[in-house]
Design a protein around this ligand. Structure first.
Ligand code: CIR
Length: 279
């Protein structure tokens, strides 16, 4: 599946990433109790390899300096949704993360010249990890981090696309359970939680998609950019790795096991941006 040239919506020229602060080790938010201890040096090394992977895809990567006040700042995906030259600045659902958006807003506006849209409802919360842009429409996960008011703000920010909402349970974000693996191709885990949410997605969407079923939940989050799929290594996803080897081409592997201990996934480590012609 997925041969041929990537359509323009998945062609990216810039990425924003944020370096990992020392506070990431002990103060980042973690779903699992007890949390596994994080090796900070290893996390930073894996992050550098992630940045290197983006550069190999021809993406110009802007690396923000680490911010000790924001232990989760490496997860930039949650702070803004960028589609078609417009950036919606999110209101992250975890209060410790609200302040992360300031530097992102400034970077998107000043360095990248994007049109900035703010959420105009104080009750709205949005984590970008709940926003699945399929290239044709937007699916918003209603999770512990993103609420209905947030989903409405997304629909309002991108009126040119259909937006639908699905309830997400048993996972941090919608994209913890599924992600784009190609044009019109959604990767999703076989897990009961993922299948339940997939059913809701299929009931709500306007367009139809092919499904790539993987085993482990983490395996369903991959980065589809510039015709490549970046996915996790066999050490993290032993059951899904052979499926990916067999079913998709144009693959690259990136290990973020240490960052994964704070629930990080491949998509959550960058904001990907397409250069618009004649802004
Ligand atoms: C958090 O709980 O907010 C972070 N520790 C993990 C955020 C991961 N974000 C994402 O997958 N989009």
């Amino acid at each position: 599946t997925g041969k041929g040239k990537a359509p323009d919506v998945f062609r990216y020229h810039y990425a924003i990433v944020s370096r990992i602060p020392n506070s990431f080790k002990d103060s980042s938010l973690k779903q699992k109790e007890p949390a596994k201890p994080i090796d900070l040096e290893k996390a930073r090394q894996q992050h550098e390899e992630y940045v290197e992977t983006l550069r190999k895809l021809g993406i110009d990567v802007l690396e923000l300096p680490l911010d000790e006040r924001h232990p989760d700042c490496v997860f930039v995906e949650d702070t803004a949704v960028v589609i078609n030259g417009t950036a919606l600045i999110c209101r992250p659902g975890a209060s410790s993360r609200l302040g992360e958006v300031a530097v992102i807003r400034q970077t998107l506006r000043k360095e990248l010249g994007l049109k900035i849209v703010e959420v105009d409802n104080d009750k709205a919360t949005i984590d970008g990890g709940d926003v699945l842009w399929t290239g044709k429409e937007i699916v918003v996960g209603l999770s512990g981090r993103t609420n209905q008011e947030g989903a409405q703000a997304i629909a309002k920010a991108f009126p040119e696309y259909a937006t639908c909402m699905v309830r997400v349970e048993g996972a941090l974000h919608l994209k913890s359970l599924m992600s784009m693996a190609g044009p019109e191709l959604i990767a999703v885990s076989r897990s009961p939680a993922a299948q339940k949410v997939l059913k809701r997605v299929q009931e709500q969407v306007t367009y139809s998609y092919m499904i790539l079923t993987v085993e482990e939940e983490e395996a369903a989050n991959m980065l589809y950019a510039n015709g490549m799929r970046v996915h996790l290594p066999d050490t993290t996803i032993p059951k899904s790795f052979p499926i990916l080897e067999h079913k998709i081409d144009n693959r690259m592997v990136c290990d973020i096991s240490e960052i994964g201990k704070a629930d990080g996934s491949l998509t959550c480590l960058s904001i990907l941006i397409t250069r618009m012609k004649n802004p």
